[in-house]
Ligand binder design. Sequence first.
Ligand SMILES: Cc1cc2nc3c(=O)[nH]c(=O)nc-3n(C[C@H](O)[C@H](O)[C@H](O)COP(=O)(O)OP(=O)(O)OC[C@H]3O[C@@H](n4cnc5c(N)ncnc54)[C@H](O)[C@@H]3O)c2cc1C
Length: 339
Amino acid sequence: MRVAEQPSLKPFNTFGVEAGAGLMLTLESDEDLLSLPPFNPDRDLVLGGGSNILFASDVPGTVIHNRIRGKEVVKSGNVHAWIETGAGENWHEVVQWTLEQGLSGLENLSLIPGLAGAAPIQNIGAYGVELSSVLETVTAWDLSEHRWTVFSHEQCRLAYRDSIFKSGAPGRYLISSIRLRLNKRFAPHLDYAGLREELSKAGVSQPTPSQVSDAVIRLRQRKLPDPSVCGNAGSFFKNPALPRDQALALSEQFPEIPAWPQTDGTTKFSAAWMIEHRGLKGQRIGGAAVSDRHALVIINTGCATGRDILQLANSIQSTIQDTFGVRLEPEPRIVDFPA
Ligand SMILES: Cc1cc2nc3c(=O)[nH]c(=O)nc-3n(C[C@H](O)[C@H](O)[C@H](O)COP(=O)(O)OP(=O)(O)OC[C@H]3O[C@@H](n4cnc5c(N)ncnc54)[C@H](O)[C@@H]3O)c2cc1C
């Protein structure tokens, strides 16, 4: 385990905002977990790649940075193969490695920043696929009971940008590895906006998993600001899912708003459309701005503090609430410990 006293967290978050911490412990093996000091969620924090986190304050206690590595195919059948990956592996590298092994299932999730251990936290999703379609088990260290727990797929309670780890028992479990069930026979998911067009532009009608991955990478590079050039955490708000009556009223008032009926009877609405419709693209507070390229993305124009970003997010929430009667929920974890 590596130990750093009073580290700057600026290199450890893709918003690129300055924040401090009392201590940073970098885990490199499961054994390191056994010697962790007591964890207090009111002062301490588990950190992966920092691509879904906003530091609006310092972390007064300890940051546990998870770099437990290793990935392998653990079981193989005729139709499926099972892989296990350490939480500290880079997610996109895991995706590329599975493609090299001839396994499919993760290609639509290419180029999502961050580490594998955070993938179940918000059930990462992109281009019509969510982690829930392949996640079999999660092995986690229970930070309050000091013991290992293995979560089945059902126990993870995966939902749209949510899981037991995010909203059920936030901060209680440190994920150390995940097991995924992947496919040996490829069945592409091409229904999501633009993906089929991107492939046909490249002259591909029956794509391989790698060709789908390449198309997703090209689309993402065109649409989303690169955090290494311009700090951001991807989409800042979830698309709100509204119950039937509220959904009907909203669609009647704003017939052009993109809406997707869900199997549970709710309807999901485009948060990006609402933000763009209210003319908030480009709006700034301090060094924070709503991206010109994508209305759901808040960027650090170079000198933003975490509080600038939080203030801008709060002001977007109020405007959307006043206009549409809808409360937008942030996607990233907002770290705001009392001083
Ligand atoms: C440009 C860009 C594009 C993005 N696109 C997408 C997208 O298409 N789809 C999508 O779903 N997300 C997307 N994201 C968000 C982000 O990449 C994912 O949510 C990713 O899984 C976060 O991983 P991370 O390791 O960076 O997590 P972090 O930001 O480090 O942590 C996020 C949360 O998970 C917790 N956590 C992290 N690791 C562990 C662990 N091992 N055990 C327990 N808790 C842990 C943290 O405490 C925190 O609450 C995007 C982000 C960016 C910057």
